[in-house]
Design a protein around this ligand. Sequence first.
Ligand code: GAR
Length: 237
Amino acid sequence: MTEIEAGAGTAGSSPKVESGRVPLRVAVLISGSGSNLQALIDAQRAGRLSAEIAVVISNRSDAYGLERARRALIPTQVLSHRGFPSREAYDAELAALLDRHAPGLVTLAGFMRILTPELVARWQGRMLNIHPSLLPKYRGLHTHERALAAGEPIHGATVHFVTPELDDGPAIVQAQVPVHPDDDAERLAARVLTQEHRIYPLAVRWIAEGRLALGDDGLAYLDDEPLAQPVVIDAEP
Ligand code: GAR
């Protein structure tokens, strides 16, 4: 099993640090509003998440999440994808930037880029993503529109370990929301986003507490039990 080490630096090389003694260093990658980043900051401040957000990295200099990070006195980095000759070249630079901040966990929080298999492999078991659908349904973009078009009665969001296939890694926790008859994509997205803010801090917390890991068998393990299905959190009434 891939151990997630609190306070650890590069991949798998450090001895395991007893969880709870050294806060897990988390890098948060964003491209936009950063409301999920804010949820992590808020959880940390409220004492619900014992982790240190070591750096916020955005591929867009106008991402509002950068402002959220600055307000919270979190170091920020902008690494624009423009000007790189290839996805591989960008991801190599991103990998180097991540290494400089030595996170134990990388969280994708609305980072709207497809990652190369090399980068994903480097962070295997130590990279999480949040996706606005009940995976495996609706990988990719426009999830709310597609859920509405399909007449889904239930929609939601998923936190999962990142693997090379897009939005395909083992699911950890999902939040379900009802789809209302008068929903449009915007209203549904807002309802899902509220739930994202509950499940992302929860999953990061499980990692920080040493309770969650990706097994060599490709399954997510919570409290040493394989998750055949993700943990499902019902929407608050
Ligand atoms: C969130 O809804 C997140 O699930 C989605 O982008 C939004 C970012 O919002 N991510 C993806 O679609 C990735 N495939 P935020 O910037 O306010 O956290």
